[in-house]
Design a protein around this ligand. Structure first.
Ligand code: ARG
Length: 279
């Protein structure tokens, strides 16, 4: 009887021990699985759960206008290059899709989204008018319009722009700002550099264009033109973002997640150093 009790006790103990172990390992397992799941969510945030129509074929077709250094320009090999090109390629890599660049007129970009191109990256400012047609990603760069003047010019304030002939790139925020100034003649160019050339030739009094391209042109035509800060003309700050189709929420989510990763892991700052600060 004693022996039997001892045996019983032993087996009960073993069983409870086993049960305890079992439940413990089950708990650990659950925790581990949850952790792994959390990690997966984090790691592949850019891949997202929902499917984007634009990404379904494994190719992201990106429109740009490579007339806007340092954000986009045609390099010595005839290829679109620059900050935006490097950024969208880094995003494509995060999303696991091939990036194909279509170089086109800036004014055609917004209307081509969802048909000819999936998205556009072109130093494009987020504006309420564009938001009626397209979705914008989180913004990735702050900009402002500058005024490029001939080396000798009396233009110094917003009032001085009244009644002037102003060169702009067609369909840009510089174009919109110039058109809002009283009595101006706005000369619209497909390529910003042509506006700057006409400034040098005396055909326009000034050129309104974004800060970084203005600085590039100032350096390129050193001694002939100067780039003046937009704040001096009371121009408001602008934000660049990637333009996307309105009806592809999954795409927006994935592009924003990729952009956030690129900012968090230092890639973004590297690109700024390489393309913008090295100007
Ligand atoms: N930021 C201005 C805009 O959105 C000018 C952009 C011009 N970009 C270009 N790639 N040409 O209107």
């Amino acid at each position: 009887m004693k022996k039997f009790l001892a045996l019983l006790l032993a087996s009960v103990m073993t069983m409870s021990l086993l049960t305890a172990c079992g439940s413990k390992s089950a708990e650990t397992e659950t925790a581990a699985t949850e952790e792994a799941a959390a990690e997966t969510t984090e790691e592949t945030a850019a891949e997202g759960a929902a499917t984007s129509a634009a990404l379904a074929d494994g190719v992201l077709t990106v429109g740009t206008n490579a007339e806007f250094p340092p954000f986009e320009y045609v390099d010595d090999n005839g290829e679109p290059d620059g900050f935006d090109m490097a950024l969208i390629k880094a995003i494509g890599e995060k999303l696991g899709v091939e990036v194909v660049i279509e170089n086109m007129e800036f004014a055609s970009l917004v209307s081509s989204i969802g048909s000819k191109i999936d998205v556009a990256i072109a130093g494009m400012t987020v504006t309420p008018e564009r938001q009626e047609t397209v979705n914008f990603s989180d913004s990735y760069y702050e900009a402002v319009q500058y005024v490029i003047l001939p080396a000798e010019s009396d233009i110094a304030t917003a009032d001085d722009l009244v009644g002037k002939t102003i060169g702009v790139q067609l369909g840009t925020t510089g174009d919109f700002i110039a058109s809002d100034i009283a009595d101006t003649t706005v000369s619209q160019y497909n390529k910003a550099v042509d506006a700057v050339n006409d400034l040098i030739n005396g055909r326009v009094d000034c050129v309104i264009i974004d800060k970084n391209p203005a600085l590039v042109f100032e350096a390129k035509f050193e001694g002939q033109v100067v780039a003046v800060e937009g704040a001096q003309f009371a121009f408001e700050p602008e934000e660049y973002a990637i333009a996307m189709p309105k009806d592809d929420a999954a795409l927006a989510e994935q592009i924003n997640a990729a952009l956030a990763e690129i900012k968090a892991d230092g890639t973004f700052d590297e690109l700024v150093k390489t393309y913008i600060e090295a100007e």
